[in-house]
Design a protein around this ligand. Structure first.
Ligand code: SR1
Ligand code: MG
Length: 401
């Protein structure tokens, strides 16, 4: 087997690939391989040497999504992921995994094994806290977003990146699953928890004012080539341990609104908070509330400082422009918090923070809380300027069953 024609690898194939195609393990090392992916799109092979402590990850993209054959996807997402991880490691050193190789025939990338870290969503469900998270994720977002925007980049170089990272098929998934289907009771693949079906009809599908705002936001997502966004920055795309945070899986990356990333982080903290409330975990609730406030406030602080130090566009230095621009990013952050907050409950791609809540009444309540707070994030997005404002939206939301 030469791996000179694409096929979807088995565990044994991936081990052979690692041994014969990658310059990583010794020729005589015995390898074991396990497919460990639980995401919606790809296959993740973990390969361990039995004789040394060496290990690596091979991520392979297939022609369709794992979650459903209905999603036919270009394997170019694997190139995008490889190139972005390389680029992000220069913008935010230490906050992404190291990538070793990319193979355009087998559509696979090999990279650092982060098995000493755990997926953050899993740790949120286990009610674990991470003191460095807000600091790390805000450094990652400010560096990867502001530094790839026209504020800091030479404009022709930025346009080259826009071209290189055009990602039509993965963007279409987000356009459909985040912006359209959760708000429409026809032509959707929605999957609603039975006790909330009627509630969604009444409070989401029938809310014409909300739907109008989602149309405006969808056009912004499709047309605002502001920065090189990660494009899927939820807690399943973050590996974490006490002293380290690594952002993985940037295959949805493209030039889009900065608020898309920040809003995804906040929404997924909200899901973790809804879970902690359902299980009455007081310490976890406190940590998540503080973290939501901190993520917004630290993002603003670091963004403002980086702007002062690194803005190169002449007009960006006009008095008042930085404040105007940051306000628009916060507005978009609030909107995306709401969009992600609704689509993970109503749409096809759920989050375990919510689906793992065993008690039916508590899950029903947690879902309604997220959806109601989300509506408020979308409708009142112009007014939210601080971490406290963001948290208040969630805290003021009450649900009676
Ligand atoms: C068909 S993919 C469904 C979802 O999984 C990914 O992680 C993205 O969030 C996408 O919307
Ligand atoms: Mg992913």
């Amino acid at each position: 087997m030469n791996f000179d024609k694409y096929f979807t690898m088995s565990e044994a194939d991936a081990a052979l690939y690692a041994k014969t195609k990658l310059d990583f393990f010794g020729k005589d090392e015995e390898l074991v391989c396990k497919e460990i992916g639980d995401g919606n799109l790809n296959y993740i092979f973990k390969i361990d040497s039995l004789s040394t402590s060496k290990s690596l990850i091979i991520k392979q993209s297939g022609p369709v999504a794992r979650i459903s054959d209905e999603f036919k996807l270009s394997a170019d997402r694997n190139r995008i992921e490889y190139e972005i991880l390389k680029y992000q490691s220069t913008l935010a050193p230490g906050l992404v995994p190291e990538v070793y190789s990319y193979d355009p025939i087998m559509n696979c990338t090999s990279m650092e094994d982060l098995s000493d870290h755990v997926i953050m969503r899993t740790e949120m469900i286990n009610h674990k806290q991470f003191k460095k998270f807000a600091d790390d994720i805000t450094t990652f977002m400010v560096n990867t977003l502001l530094l790839t925007s026209d504020v800091c980049m030479e404009h022709k170089a930025k346009k080259e990146l826009v071209k290189n990272f055009i990602n039509p098929e993965l963007c279409e998934i987000s356009e459909d699953l985040v912006y359209t289907e959760p708000f429409s009771d026809i032509n959707n693949r929605n999957d609603i928890f039975a006790p909330n079906v009627d509630w969604v009809k009444e409070n989401i599908y029938s809310d014409e004012a909300l739907k109008l705002e989602t149309a405006k936001l969808k056009f912004d997502f499709m047309n605002n080539a502001q920065a090189l966004v990660h494009g899927d920055l939820h807690t399943g795309s973050i590996f974490i341990k006490e002293d380290s945070t690594k952002v993985i899986d940037p295959e949805f990356a493209f030039y889009g609104p900065m608020g898309y990333d920040v809003g995804n982080v906040i929404a997924n903290l909200m899901f973790a908070l809804a879970n902690a409330q359902a299980y009455e975990k007081a310490e976890q609730i406190k940590w998540l509330e503080d973290t939501i406030v901190e993520v917004i406030d630290l993002f603003k602080e670091k963004f403002s400082k980086a702007w002062d130090e690194k803005a190169s566009e002449y007009t960006a230095k006009y008095k008042g422009f930085k404040e105007y621009y940051l306000d628009t990013v916060l507005r978009d952050t609030a909107a995306v918090t709401g969009l992600e907050g609704i689509r993970r409950i109503v749409g096809i791609a759920h989050v375990k923070d919510i689906t793992s809540i065993q008690d039916e009444e508590k899950r029903t309540k947690a879902e309604r809380l997220c959806m109601l707070a989300s509506k408020s994030f979308i409708m009142n997005r112009e007014e939210l300027k601080t971490g406290k404002d963001f948290l208040e939206v969630i805290k003021k939301t009450t649900v009676k069953l």
